[in-house]
Design a protein around this ligand. Structure first.
Ligand SMILES: Nc1ncnc2c1ncn2[C@@H]1O[C@H](COP(=O)(O)OP(=O)(O)OP(=O)(O)O)[C@@H](O)[C@H]1O
Ligand SMILES: [Mg+2]
Length: 351
């Protein structure tokens, strides 16, 4: 799924609100080889509410990452999420792909709360309607042009060219699908929890059944720790990361409370899916995102949903030499890398 596209090799660059992640893959004889992996922090106010506030700082971070690997390719795939994108599952009269391409703006108008001329739009025909063969389910993806233009400008400032714009939850889905074995009958909830946004995507056999972004993530812990324990933002962030090791009950209690909030939100979304779907119930949850490392969060997700919960390993089936990449390091950063791995695949084959 992309908002616009071009068939060429790309570098996957995920501009998250806490850091920029970079992945370069190479397609060698049908398998994917890991060429470069990078992660670099962003200043705290560089991205606020999904808006690129400090594009100069973001461009600088991207430029340095690219230079540090000596990457020559200029084309980039990035993704957007949260308030920047509207994703709707809609029901339309059954029609061929080409016909829908001509009609999508007109059909989509009623679902988009902006002037249709101000948005980039893409769609994916999901399936015929189970109850009425004259209808089909379509996934509609739209984003405001000025938001996309901000990304185009930031990459251009970094000396790169934005060629593919994807959506975080679909990038996670791609990373999951190439790395994990699953049955076509399985219904899997992918939950990517970053610093400011949580992307939830329920899939079956490569198709999205339900997707939702919640403006909530790791920052919520940091803010609560800061407030409750009277610490600076930086100290609160550090203590959050160390909560496993520190024997600090006050700190752990604040975290456990936020775990409750986050897992309630996940449970609410999954309940909503389960109550509206014609399909079977969710059989497993796969988490990703830096926030999935939070003290006892995964345990809480298991407890709340009574489902198996695994962490996505976006490197599981990639080829790499242990001389070039320390497996322990890859394991450590794996949760952060689901989105950029999903983006880096983009050059292999367009949908
Ligand atoms: N070991 C850890 N324990 C707890 N939290 C962690 C750990 N490592 C990272 N985090 C948190 O994970 C978050 C960053 O995750 P990630 O890189 O997936 O987010 P992002 O992509 O930058 O943000 P977003 O997609 O929400 O804009 C931060 O809130 C960070 O504090
Ligand atoms: Mg992210």
């Amino acid at each position: 799924m992309f908002l616009f596209k071009k068939k060429k090799e790309v570098i996957g660059i995920d501009i998250g609100s806490s850091s920029v992640k970079l992945i370069q893959l190479k397609d060698t004889k049908g398998s994917l080889e890991l060429l470069n992996v990078g992660i670099a922090p962003l200043p705290p106010e560089a991205i606020v509410d999904n808006t690129l506030m400090d594009s100069a700082a973001i461009a600088e971070v991207i430029k340095k990452l690219i230079a540090s690997f000596g990457i020559k390719i200029k084309d980039v795939a990035c993704s957007i999420s949260g308030n920047s994108v509207i994703i709707r599952k809609i029901v339309l009269p059954a029609m061929p792909q080409e016909e829908l391409e001509d009609q999508i703006s007109w059909e989509a108008e009623q679902y988009i709360p902006f002037d249709i001329n101000d948005v980039n739009m893409d769609f994916q025909i999901l399936s015929p309607d189970g109850n009425d063969p004259s209808k089909m389910n379509v996934l509609l993806v739209a984003s405001k042009k000025d938001i996309i233009n901000d990304y185009v400008a930031v990459f251009s400032e970094a000396g790169m060219h934005l060629s593919v714009v994807d959506v975080d939850s679909f990038a996670v889905q791609n990373a999951f699908e190439i790395n994990h074995d699953y049955s076509t009958e399985d219904i899997i909830a992918l939950v990517n929890i970053g610093a400011s946004v949580m992307n939830i995507n329920v899939i079956k056999d490569g198709v999205t059944l339900f997707t939702r972004d919640v403006q909530m993530g790791g920052n919520l812990y940091t803010e609560e720790i800061q407030k409750q324990l009277g610490l600076s933002g930086a100290d609160a962030e550090t203590r959050k990361l160390l909560a496993h090791e520190l024997n600090d009950t006050a700190l752990q209690n604040v975290i456990l409370k936020v775990n409750e909030t986050i897992t309630n939100e996940i449970r609410r979304s999954l309940d909503f899916y389960n109550s509206t779907a014609n399909e079977d119930r969710i059989s497993a949850i796969f988490v990703s995102g830096g926030c999935s490392k939070v003290f006892k969060l995964v345990e809480k997700i298991v407890e709340k949903n009574d489902l198996p919960v695994n962490t996505i390993n976006p490197f599981a089936k990639l080829k790499y030499s242990e001389k070039d990449f320390d497996p322990e390091y890859l394991e450590e950063i794996a949760p952060f890398m689901a989105v950029p791995v999903g983006l880096a695949i983009r050059r292999v084959g367009d949908k």
